[in-house]
Design a protein around this ligand. Structure first.
Ligand SMILES: Cc1cc2nc3c(=O)[nH]c(=O)nc-3n(C[C@H](O)[C@H](O)[C@H](O)COP(=O)(O)O)c2cc1C
Length: 407
């Protein structure tokens, strides 16, 4: 298969999604990057054969770079105990996985995540998770961790060290690029957001102060990997909640990340903590969550609060395009579009609009060979219906999958 792929993507198209392009020296054979989607194929935090097979199938389907979703930078950075965190014990599994994907012609990015004060991790080393400020930890309800505590300055220093060490580790195991998660309501986003950051010290208050930790993290990660290594930033252009970050803030955030040396910005939106549906528009995920949630207490809370948290955002193609264009106009780094790109017509629009790469989430679950298929069929439209049932498989023992189409 990889021989066919090399041929198929070798032709020199100017600025089309099947042409090769580089990001900080990393050559990608086409413009398609798998978006980080936490796979739940790392039982007790260890990468499994299933994870290899999952990404291997995407590699055989022609993706230029795949992303290992949610690689926690430290043990307490996990949402749950089945997420992996970056440490020496998993070096052999990561080496094997990455070597295999390289042999199949695909580059590998790792999404660096930290949950901050949003966690139900049974193996947490403390009584409660740590965020910028004391507050609610909705996810922890079923585990008796309804609140999170505020980080001290020492905790913040330790967190920066964790990012630095995780980045060095990830580069050393063979990742080709790293994607720092600045969005979706996770740890760094909690610091950036006036909604969740109520600190009175120089990590809270003004925009400049709220951006201090994210920029220190970026500097530490850059320091660990060196200047010739691709670093991407995934941001939420809006949190979708009153008092949170919005599209105008995202332009300013992007400018700062660009000036600080990020190589590419991924323009997502929403928060897993307060308003997730902005992120993956389409079928509402609340019914699926009620169906799969094991905790009665959590189901009760979802019935009570769910309607206000899981608002309806009907799907339409390229739903972040107009706002992502504002960021494109404000920065000089590469632009990586994510959100509702599921047909050749959309891919062409993105290329015409000056985006450099396209991240794909759900469409690669329904059509793992999307790049190859799209290359062969000019009228290609993904089978994904955006029903969002895949989101309710996120804690399935089989890992995430499309419930409509198996391959
Ligand atoms: C099952 C599932 C899991 C996801 N997990 C993550 C994740 O771990 N990290 C992340 O940044 N985004 C995650 N996302 C969001 C996707 O990366 C992407 O931003 C979103 O699905 C919109 O892109 P799409 O329209 O191509 O699916 C997830 C999405 C899905 C459907």
């Amino acid at each position: 298969m990889s021989g066919t792929q090399t041929d198929i993507f070798a032709q020199d198209y100017t600025k089309d999604c099947f042409s090769a392009a580089a990001i900080n020296g990393l050559q990608l054979k086409n413009r398609f990057i798998k978006a980080g989607t936490f796979e739940n194929m790392t039982p007790s935090g260890t990468p499994s054969q299933q994870l290899n097979d999952f990404h291997g199938t995407l590699a055989d389907g022609g993706i230029a770079m795949t992303t290992l979703g949610y690689c926690a930078v430290e043990m307490d950075g996990r949402l749950n105990e089945n997420m992996m965190y970056m440490h020496e014990d998993i070096r052999p599994q990561l080496n094997e996985l990455i070597d295999d994907l390289h042999a199949r012609g695909t580059k590998v990015s790792g999404q660096m995540g930290h949950c901050g004060g949003f966690s139900k991790n049974r193996e947490l080393s403390r009584r409660r998770p740590l965020g910028p400020s004391f507050g609610l930890n909705g996810l922890g309800l079923s585990r008796g961790m309804l609140f999170c505590d505020a980080m001290t300055t020492k905790d913040i220093k330790n967190l920066i060290t964790s990012y630095r060490e995780a980045a060095a580790f990830m580069k050393s195991v063979g990742f080709d690029a790293l994607e720092i998660h600045f969005g979706h309501g996770y740890g760094l986003c909690q610091f950036m957001s006036p909604k969740t950051n109520k600190r009175k010290d120089n990590y809270g208050g003004s925009f400049e102060n709220r951006m201090r930790l994210p920029l220190q993290v970026l500097a530490a990660v850059r320091d660990a990997v060196g200047s010739n290594f691709p670093l991407l930033a995934k941001i939420s252009m809006t949190e979708g909640v009153r008092g949170g970050l919005h599209y105008d803030d995202a332009v300013e955030i992007s400018k700062l990340l660009d000036e600080a040396g990020i190589d590419g910005i991924i323009t997502s939106g929403g928060t897993s903590t307060m308003n997730p549906m902005i992120m993956f528009r389409g079928g509402n995920i609340l019914p699926g969550m009620l169906r799969t949630e094991e905790s009665r207490l959590m189901r009760f809370a979802l019935r009570l609060m769910g309607k206000s948290m899981f608002k309806d955002y009907p799907y339409h193609e390229l739903y972040f395009l107009e706002q992502a264009k504002r960021i494109r106009d404000a920065v000089s780094c590469k632009m990586i579009y994510v959100g509702g790109a599921s047909s050749n017509a959309s891919f062409t629009t993105l290329m015409e609009q000056g985006f450099d790469f396209i991240q794909l989430g759900r469409t690669l679950l329904s059509d793992p060979d999307l790049p190859l298929r799209a290359k062969m069929d000019t009228g290609f439209v993904s089978r994904c219906t955006h029903c969002n049932d895949c989101v309710s498989t996120i804690e399935s023992p089989n890992g995430i999958h499309c419930t409509q189409f198996s391959s």
